[in-house]
Write a protein that binds this ligand. Structure first.
Ligand code: SF4
Length: 215
């Protein structure tokens, strides 16, 4: 199977079986998504979703969050990973949005990555989920699944994975392909023991083909 055929098989399979894949973070607007994605670094979406309702109730928008103090916000974030840094990042992010972006959350990756707590992955998530821009956020699941299937070759960094994926996936499908790969990695192609027996991607998967060759 050529790489092009492999991509086509994977895209066709996901389009058929996961046509509405989307983020599992709960949010109602770009502000809430940005807060949730910042909090989700090294943390499960499930735990973030348990944390954010209280934050959004107390700080319903960027102006409110920009006025938060560390001591007020920290207790709401305490139960998730890296609460110190995330508290500082959220307050810093809201202040920068107020001062440098007129209170409006920026809509491009180069602008978003200027915000505290926002790296390339977060910026790609925001721009692809909110604006359907053709940006591929690469987290540990996307990195692993893409390599196992053989969508990427010798990618050593998330950026290499991102560039190899966006080169091959049609532009209008990139924003949803991110969710396909993340959810597949979360529930089927899990890190320790991928559930190949349940996986419809076996005919196109390099890892699986090598596995059966070894027997
Ligand atoms: S066949 Fe196995 S290794 Fe390949 S994508 Fe499916 S679960 Fe992952």
């Amino acid at each position: 199977m050529t790489k092009k055929e492999r991509f086509q098989f994977v895209i066709d399979w996901f389009e058929k079986h996961a046509p509405n894949a989307e983020t599992e973070l709960m949010y109602d607007n770009p502000y809430q998504l940005l807060v949730a994605v910042i909090l989700s670094a090294q943390c499960t979406d499930k735990r973030v979703n348990m944390t954010t309702p209280a934050i959004f109730e107390k700080y319903p928008d960027i102006p409110a969050l920009s006025k938060a103090t560390f001591d007020d916000l920290f207790p709401l974030i305490r139960s998730i990973s890296y609460p110190n840094n995330k508290t500082k990042h959220l307050i810093g992010m809201a202040n920068m949005v107020m001062e440098d972006f007129n209170g409006e959350i920026p809509e491009t990756v180069p602008e978003l990555v200027k915000l505290p707590g926002v790296g390339r992955k977060t910026a790609n998530v925001i721009t692809s989920v909110v604006h359907q821009q053709p940006n591929m956020a690469v987290d540990t699941h996307v990195f692993r699944v893409a390599a196992r299937i053989g969508l990427t070759t010798n990618a050593k960094t998330p950026l290499q994975t991102e560039l190899q994926l966006i080169k091959m996936i049609p532009e209008e499908k990139i924003y949803i392909a991110h969710h396909w790969l993340i959810l597949h990695g979360r529930y089927i192609c899990v890190a320790r023991s991928p559930k190949c027996g349940e996986c419809g991607l076996r005919p196109a998967c390099k890892y699986y083909q090598q596995l059966i060759k070894a027997y």
